[in-house]
Design a binder for this molecule. Structure first.
Ligand code: PMP
Length: 360
């Protein structure tokens, strides 16, 4: 078995039971005589796969009945534009929290469609903490408030859900969705690219409160109109069928594991072990304030950056891959999403301790 522990920020590891199941069903899905990738999206087999996936996701996140769940394409980046197009609803401005590289991108894109007020920015401190609630200078006339609960590149995660005085709260949950329970009713809209905690790239999930639908900006592409997608059960055109199926297998795996309470406990444990290893060492450093540290993405630096290449090379030989930090911040980053087993983190910290012993 040559599988590695893949610490990529995304596309990321998938649970092994999901891959085995997909392999078993590859040539013929449950007596249908074909692979899921070959099925008509409007046939009864695929419709049942799609419905089951949605139903399981609704159970996992306890999504209230007044929310639509959309299975879309285009990645989270397409949502950066779709959100203002759908949610400005006659308003002219929206509030955005600037907490890292991904919120910056969301802000830049939203500015093409309306006025963006940056109500707090942690850029001066190089995005090493989540802002406190009392730092958010929310505007009276914002159509919605957007934030990034987990900044994938900086490894900064909010430990609370911002209070928005009734304004719809929009969250880019690409790198934190399904990592622990969340109260969906606190949000107007949640979106996430699939390639971290949901499934393969090519699928984007949007969970949106139904009163926010149907008031798009003039000129909004049909494909980006949430109401059109909701009215067509995400099948206005051909949806990403195989990615949807694999996401369904991931949801089933999560249910079998005990749901998001249990997933959250496992994730907290994995993250705690890695942060403790970093903090206990005199060689590795994580720059993020302890209260804002991500459970999913753990950036760290070595005491001597000249050892980075050696670290990556030896890690790879130990079957620990994709640990290089994002090009914008350098150093290392271990992404430890749902599918990264506890054992993978244990092997990583063992490797780190040994590396420090030899080079520190
Ligand atoms: N937002 C966050 C928080 C992300 O981590 C990413 C991808 N790394 C994106 C947005 C962009 O996602 P996509 O590639 O699906 O457009």
């Amino acid at each position: 078995m040559a599988r590695v522990y893949n610490f990529s920020a995304g596309p990321a590891m998938l649970p092994e039971p999901v891959l085995s199941r997909a392999r078993d069903e590859m040539l013929e899905w449950q007596g249908s005589g074909m692979c899921v990738a070959e099925m008509s999206h409007r046939g009864k087999e695929f419709m049942s796969i799609a419905a089951q996936a949605e139903s399981d996701l609704r159970k996992l996140l306890a999504i209230p009945g007044n929310y639509k769940v959309l299975f879309l394409q285009g990645g989270a980046s397409t949502q950066f534009a779709a959100i203002p197009m759908n949610l400005l609803r006659g308003g002219t401005s929206a509030d955005y929290l600037n907490t890292g590289s991904w919120s910056k991108k969301a802000i830049a894109e939203a500015r093409r469609y309306g006025e963006v007020k940056v109500v707090v920015s942690t850029e001066e401190g190089r995005f090493t903490r989540a802002p406190r609630q009392d730092e958010l200078a929310l505007s009276a006339d914002a159509a919605y408030v957007h934030y990034t609960p987990n900044e994938t590149i900086e490894g900064v995660e909010f430990s609370y859900i911002p209070e928005t005085a009734g304004k719809p709260l929009v969250a880019d949950m690409s790198s934190t969705i399904l990592s622990r329970p969340i109260d969906v009713s606190r949000f107007g809209l949640i979106y996430a690219g699939a390639q971290k905690n949901i499934g393969p790239a090519g699928l984007t999930i949007v969970i949106v409160r139904d009163d926010l639908l149907g008031q798009t900006l003039p000129g909004t592409p049909t494909m980006l109109d949430y109401k059109v997608q909701a009215d067509n059960d995400s099948m206005y055109n051909t949806p990403p069928t195989y990615a949807w199926y694999l996401a369904g297998l991931v949801f089933e795996w999560l249910k079998g594991l005990g749901g998001l309470e249990e997933m959250g406990r496992i994730n907290e444990r994995k993250a705690a072990l890695l942060y403790k290893t970093i903090d206990d060492s005199g060689f590795f450093k994580n720059p993020v304030e302890p209260g804002s540290r991500s459970w999913m993405n753990v950036p760290f630096t070595l005491a001597d950056a000249a050892l980075d290449e050696t670290f990556l090379k030896e890690a790879k030989a130990a079957k620990l891959t994709t640990l290089k930090g994002h090009r914008s911040v350098g150093g290392m980053r271990a992404s430890i999403y749902n599918a990264m087993p506890q054992e993978g983190v244990e092997v990583l910290v063992g490797f780190m301790q040994e590396f420090e012993r030899r080079y520190g």
